[in-house]
Structure formats: structure tokens, C-alpha cells
Write a protein that binds this ligand. Structure first.
Ligand code: SAM
Length: 213
């Protein structure tokens, strides 16, 4: 992600504590009470500029969503979209996903979305990939036993690594597409990166995987 400095981003985030939860560790084990309705919680790790999570929240009022993004200048764009959409079932966290277990209690989450995660192509950076086994283990801890990971990317190397990592972890892959936009899959909501890379002709890969057998 190319970062640009966005003056006032940190101040803006502090002005909307109803949308960007400022001390998420205080909500650990209590996320249902942060939302208007008690319903399943789906998180997106690496939300970026927020189009996916805002559109998902609008389309699925029966789900509570949490978008997680580590860069303030980036999540500020997601906040702009949330302010406009005014949906009650979406919150944003400006935190690093490496600390997910500080913010969520065991079994508190129902699904993790990973969209166009940073590929970290160098082998020595493998552990930073969001589908590395250390992340899969963290997601498993915070998800209930029926928890699922839904992952899409245009990066073939990251996709292959992720399939191996997910399969080696013992998860079950129950959906796989090597060309999502030319598949039967219905209701795809595009992310900012997805629009950019698919318009260049890149194929989009997608998997859904579950921890249950
Ligand atoms: N999902 C968006 C999309 O598809 O348009 C953004 C994709 S961008 C390539 C990856 C995003 O993940 C970046 O905004 C980056 O800051 C964020 N990210 C990467 N690692 C993260 C981490 N450990 N915790 C939180 N956000 C992370």
C-alpha cells in the first residue's frame, strides 16, 4: 500500500469514537455490547480504505463487522465512508493484527476476511504474511469452532503459499476459485485493490476455509 500523509487523520479518528474504537482491549469479551444488536461478528484484517467492509455492512445488517487496519492515514479513508454510510453494524480498529488476541476473547469471532493482503514476497518475511500459520493459529483462537477464513488476492505466489499454509494447518478448504470474476460466485463485493488489479486484467483467486473437519 502506498502511504500518503493525511493531515488531521489521527484527530479525525479521535472525533468518532462511536466508529473507531479507541481502546479495543477494553472490549475484549464484550464486543456484542459495542454493537446495537447481538449477532455474528465478522472481521476484516487489513481493511485498507474500507470499501469492502462498508459495503458488506450495508448489504448484511444481520452481521456485525469490524475492520482492522494498522495505518491511521489509510483507516481514515475507511472512516470517511463509514460516516457517510452511517451503518450501526460496523466498527473500525486502528491496530496491528499481530495483537488480535489482546482485543478478542477466545471464540468471540465468527469469520475472518483477508482481502489482497500484503504479499511479503521475500522468504525471510514469510511470517508477516496474514495466512502464515502463526496468524492462522491466532484466528483459530479468537474464532468459534465453526469459524471460517475467506481470502482473496490477485497474487499467485501468496495464493499458493496460503493454500499450502491452510492445508498444512489441517483446515478444510470448501470453496476455491482461480478466476473469481468469471466464476459462478454470487454477491462478490470488490475491494479497492480488487478493482485496480482486475481492471489491469489480473485474475482474482479466492478460497474459503474452515477449522472444523
Ligand atoms: N483490503 C484492502 C483492499 O483489498 O483494497 C487493502 C489491501 S492492502 C494491499 C493491505 C492492507 O493491510 C494495508 O492497508 C495494510 O496496512 C494492512 N495490513 C497489513 N498488515 C496488517 C496488520 N498486521 N494489521 C493491520 N493491518 C494490516
Amino acid at each position: 500500500m502506498r502511504l500518503r500523509h493525511k493531515p488531521g487523520a489521527a484527530d479525525q479518528i479521535r472525533q468518532y469514537p462511536q466508529y473507531v474504537i479507541l481502546n479495543p482491549q477494553d472490549s475484549k469479551g464484550k464486543w456484542q455490547s459495542v454493537f446495537e444488536k447481538e449477532q455474528p461478528i465478522h472481521i476484516e484484517v487489513g481493511t485498507g480504505r474500507g470499501r469492502f467492509i462498508v459495503e458488506m455492512a450495508k448489504a448484511n445488517p444481520h452481521i456485525n463487522y469490524i475492520g482492522i487496519e494498522k495505518y491511521t492515514s489509510v483507516i481514515s479513508d475507511a472512516l470517511d465512508k463509514l460516516i457517510e454510510a452511517e451503518v450501526p453494524n460496523l466498527k473500525l480498529l486502528n491496530v496491528d493484527a499481530q495483537k488480535l488476541t489482546d482485543f478478542f476473547e477466545d471464540g468471540e469471532i465468527d469469520r475472518v476476511y483477508l482481502n489482497f493482503s500484503d504479499p511479503w514476497p521475500k522468504v525471510r518475511h514469510e511470517k508477516r504474511r496474514l495466512t502464515h500459520k502463526t496468524f492462522l493459529s491466532m484466528y483459530q483462537q479468537i474464532m468459534n469452532k465453526d469459524g471460517e477464513i475467506h481470502f482473496k488476492t490477485d497474487n499467485q505466489e501468496l495464493f499458493e503459499f496460503s493454500i499450502m499454509s491452510i492445508a498444512n494447518y489441517g483446515m478444510t478448504i470448501h470453496f476455491l476459485s482461480l478466476d473469481l470474476h468469471n466464476s459462478e460466485f454470487e454477491g462478490n463485493i470488490m475491494t479497492e485493490y480488487e478493482e485496480k488489479f482486475s481492471s489491469k486484467g489480473n485474475r482474482i483467486y479466492r478460497i474459503e476455509a474452515a477449522y472444523r473437519k
